[in-house]
Design a binder for this molecule. Structure first.
Ligand code: 4AD
Ligand code: MG
Length: 441
């Protein structure tokens, strides 16, 4: 069916602005979300992306074609509704529309997503349509607010946004999760795992930099925390140590949560059924424990973990459940960490790194630390990790021409959205998730 729309569009009102039009006759444009009928009345739930409003179509108030259209309108058809805005204390919005005219622009019966339980595999296949549900719309809106809060946080504190390349010559976070891309006569390129190394170069130029973009990991794990493509924000600051880094991570998280609570309390409570009291507890100071103390906490629950073991998702869950707000775990065994970490001068077995674990079982959402700023030590680590020296000459240069103590972190947007929204799996936190077994739609 072709789209039937007037060549010059009359101005319409958004549902989110409806309270400003109390008693007026307005034009709404949107989609049919739901419908209930009783003889001479049709109750249409119309959504326009900004909200949902009940539109009452009464046989006596509308032309005959309009009533017939309201009778046959299929789910998710695009529609135009004209009517009078009326207060309705029973509606969550506070208003409903008493319809005077109704028109279907385009629609077809058989919308794949029905108001019943669907399997998540099916919904993922229908992701392009699933996004229209009120739950997914709320997640998109919270994600937007989180990204905006992050941008504002850094912009208001004198950071400069510096974009890092997506096609890179070498690994930043270990060679086991690299995506390879053929690259002309130069052979191979890799999709970036992190913009950090470029962020470090930028910090030496602008003092306080942040990189914000998509990152890629060929993760062969099918967990609720892993995507193969995810967004990461990476602040990097010259003349900052691990202490300053931890303060930055803590402050950023408090601000993100505050902004989301400010703007989306209703979505969180009514749509996502999130326990907002748990979010309100995200206040400074966050507990700070060393990796060694973290191991003791986990051992006390009867778990056989020992110093030097990797903390997997299960161990993180056990640990973060013991705190009512995010916990900062610092000074991990250097052996477990990437080549660029500075070692603690007081105990070179441990790296000056920090992970922030979100509460309620969510686990790591931020990772970062202080960088090795000594040329010889960094060169030795590059060799020890069997990384190609040529690809890192430029990175070593930063330790040759005015090296300074510096630090930064990476915050994963999807894991943060998952925690703030209280979702079970990161696949709902990004509009079109990419995972080991999913590349469509
Ligand atoms: O801990 P990661 O690997 O740290 C880095 O990449 C550093 N270069 C960051 C820095 O210091 N500038 O990743 C940082 C964060 C994790 O804490 C997690 O939130 C997220 O990125 N992350 C993932 N999110 C979704 N899917 C994956 N496969 C992820 N891997 C990491
Ligand atoms: Mg990490």
């Amino acid at each position: 069916m072709a789209i039937a729309s007037a060549p010059l569009m009359e101005r319409h009102v958004y549902i989110s602005d409806i309270s400003r039009h109390d008693g007026e006759e307005v034009l709404l444009r949107g989609w049919l979300y739901g419908k209930r009928s009783s003889g001479k009345l049709h109750f249409l739930q119309i959504r326009d992306g900004t909200g949902v409003i009940q539109c009452v179509v009464s046989k006596k108030d509308v032309p005959e074609e309009s009533f017939a259209a309201a009778d046959r309108v299929p789910q998710e058809a695009s529609v135009e509704v004209r009517g009078k805005v009326a207060r309705d204390p029973r509606s969550p919005l506070g208003y409903e529309l008493h319809v005077t005219d109704f028109r279907i622009l385009q629609g077809e019966a058989g919308y794949p997503i029905q108001p019943k339980e669907h399997g998540v595999g099916f919904l993922q296949e229908q992701r392009h349509l699933w996004l229209r549900s009120s739950r997914q719309r709320a997640i998109l809106a919270v994600r937007h607010t989180i990204i905006k809060a992050i941008r504002d946080y850094f912009d208001e504190r004198g950071f400069t946004l510096v974009d890092s390349p997506i096609l890179t010559p070498a690994a930043c976070e270990g060679t086991s999760t690299l995506f390879e891309v053929p690259y002309f006569d130069l052979g191979k390129a890799y999709l970036t795992q992190s913009g950090q190394l470029y962020g470090e170069a930028a910090a030496m130029a602008v003092g306080k930099a942040y990189v914000f973009g998509p990152t890629f990991r060929a993760e062969k794990s099918k967990t609720r925390r892993h995507l193969t493509e995810f967004w990461m924000v990476e602040p990097e600051v010259a003349y900052m140590d691990l202490e300053g880094d931890m303060e930055l991570a803590e402050d950023l998280l408090v601000e993100i949560v505050r902004r989301v609570l400010d703007k989306h309390e209703r979505d969180l409570k009514a749509v996502l059924e999130r326990d907002v009291e748990a979010l309100r507890r995200v206040q400074k100071p966050f507990p700070r424990i060393t990796y060694a103390e973290a191991i003791e906490y986990i051992q006390k629950t009867g778990h056989p973990i020992k110093w030097g073991d990797d903390m997997g998702a299960d161990e993180e869950t056990i640990l973060c459940k013991q705190f009512d707000r995010p916990v900062l775990v610092h000074r991990y065994p250097a052996e477990m960490k990437a080549f660029y970490f500075k070692k603690d001068p007081k105990d070179p077995k441990v790296a000056l790194g920090v992970d922030v674990l979100a509460p309620e079982g969510y686990g790591e959402i931020i990772g970062g630390g202080q960088r090795e700023d000594d040329y010889a030590k960094l060169a030795a680590e590059i060799e020890k990790h069997k990384l190609p020296r040529e690809a890192f000459e430029w990175y070593l240069d930063l330790r040759k021409y005015g090296s300074v103590p510096h630090a930064g972190v990476g915050l994963g947007v999807e894991r943060t959205v998952s925690w703030v929204c209280g979702l079970h799996h990161v696949r709902e936190t990004i509009p079109f998730p990419r995972m080991m077994e999913r590349l469509t739609p």
